[in-house]
Design a protein around this ligand. Structure first.
Ligand SMILES: C[S@@+](CC[C@H](N)C(=O)[O-])C[C@H]1O[C@@H](n2cnc3c(N)ncnc32)[C@H](O)[C@@H]1O
Length: 382
């Protein structure tokens, strides 16, 4: 996705379901997060960060902090409890609007919409801490690499940056993250759409009611990412788009249980005859069809848009893409700038990916003064 699409995508999440788009607990989908509980997750995360940095003995100063990809300010607000000043940056105007509403620290906490692939809005060397969690993973590497380079520029000498970033997708046999896993024999569903054919206008977001039954011998627990989803195929069966709509079960489905879901999906932009294939997915792990479960396909006629809305912006159904940069490249980028990489720790934020926290400290002084100091040291010791 380029940055325009990324902005439209996240702006839409910010309008539809901002807290769930940030902390995607399956049972909180559909604006079901309690705000205090949601903000508490930010406080807990930042308290754990401070404890970790203390342990790493990085000498964190509490002047100015940057929260990159701040969303509604869940983490910025938690940082603002102990930093003199905080800046939250996000690409989505809707997220930043909500962040302003939730700001409890007045001018000490500033929020900015930034739709560029750089951080030119900040001067060199102004932050004591840069923090970014569950953000870079949603950005194509050609842009995220530049943000990381920009972090190294806007961080103050002696400042600390901590960011989370996936490295590479895990091979299929390693894709068993604890949270995401379900029993091997749980991949069996019966999928019964209420309508057996559909007509949609090109590019619009449509809805279809679908009954889903767990015909396996094991439950689909509510805290696992088991969703109903759809693919688009040509009338001849060729796969055109694998990822489109998603609807979550909302509750644990025991063997034999049935639930009725409303799946939102987006019609192809070109009119014509299509097939919509419905399947279940354990996010980041597998489509049920790949484990032998039958899918259900219905014909869809896509007709030209006729409504007044056809002159508006095209509708979008927001998605969550996952991207990464290989660890070796990230480390090389930091090493090339003389940063001390204090820790690289595995995490599990991006299901199906090898995923890391990086903690790095910017060297004190300019490369020239550092070189001079090194020469001096060498002369003294010779
Ligand atoms: C999953 S949310 C995380 C929000 C926040 N870091 C938190 O943990 O509470 C991802 C955020 O990254 C933002 N984002 C995505 N691409 C971005 C970009 N290129 N620049 C700045 N923010 C971006 C999205 O708008 C969204 O608010």
């Amino acid at each position: 996705m380029d940055l325009d699409d990324l902005q439209r995508n996240w702006d839409e999440w910010g309008r539809r379901d901002p807290y769930w788009a940030i902390i995607s607990r399956p049972d909180r989908r559909g604006n079901r997060w309690d705000l205090d509980e949601f903000l508490r997750t930010g406080i807990d995360e930042i308290d754990a960060l401070f404890a970790w940095l203390e342990e790493l003995d990085v000498g964190l100063r509490r002047g100015r902090a940057l929260d990159f990809g701040c969303g509604v300010g869940r983490l910025t607000q938690a940082l603002a409890r102990t930093f003199e000043e905080c800046d939250g940056v996000d690409i989505a105007p809707s997220m930043i609007e909500r962040a302003h509403e939730l700001n409890r620290f007045g001018d000490a906490c500033r929020y900015h919409v930034n739709d560029r692939d750089d951080l030119k809005l900040f001067d060199d060397g102004v932050f004591d801490l840069i923090y970014s969690d569950i953000v870079l993973q949603h950005i194509s590497p050609e842009f995220s690499a530049n943000y990381v380079r920009e972090f190294t520029r806007v961080l103050a000498p002696g400042g600390v940056m901590v960011f989370q970033l996936p490295s590479h997708p895990l091979p299929a046999d390693e894709r068993t993250p604890g949270l995401a896993s379900i029993a091997d024999d749980a991949y069996r569903a019966e999928i019964l759409p209420v309508d057996d054919a559909l007509e949609l206008e090109a590019g619009v977001i449509g809805e279809i009611d679908v009954r889903v039954r767990n015909v396996s011998t094991a439950p689909w627990p509510a805290d696992r990412f088991v969703n109903l989803g759809n693919h688009w195929r040509s009338a001849g069966g060729e796969l055109l788009r694998i990822d489109d709509g998603r609807a979550s079960m909302g509750a644990t489905l025991q063997p034999g249980d049935t639930v009725q879901l409303t799946l939102e999906m987006q019609a192809p932009t070109d009119p014509g005859a299509y097939l919509m294939e419905l399947d279940l997915v354990l996010e980041g792990v597998a489509w049920f069809a790949d484990r032998g479960s039958p899918t259900t396909t219905i014909p869809v006629r896509v007709v030209p848009r006729t409504t007044a809305s056809s002159r508006d912006e095209p509708e979008i159904l927001p998605v969550m893409e996952i991207h990464g940069i290989p660890r070796a490249e990230v480390e090389a980028m930091l090493n090339a700038r003389d940063f001390s990489i204090v820790a690289v720790q595995e995490t599990d934020k991006a299901a199906g990916w090898r995923d890391y926290w990086y903690v790095a400290v910017k060297p004190e002084g300019t490369p020239r003064t550092r070189r001079r100091a090194r020469d001096l040291l060498r002369r003294r010791s010779s």
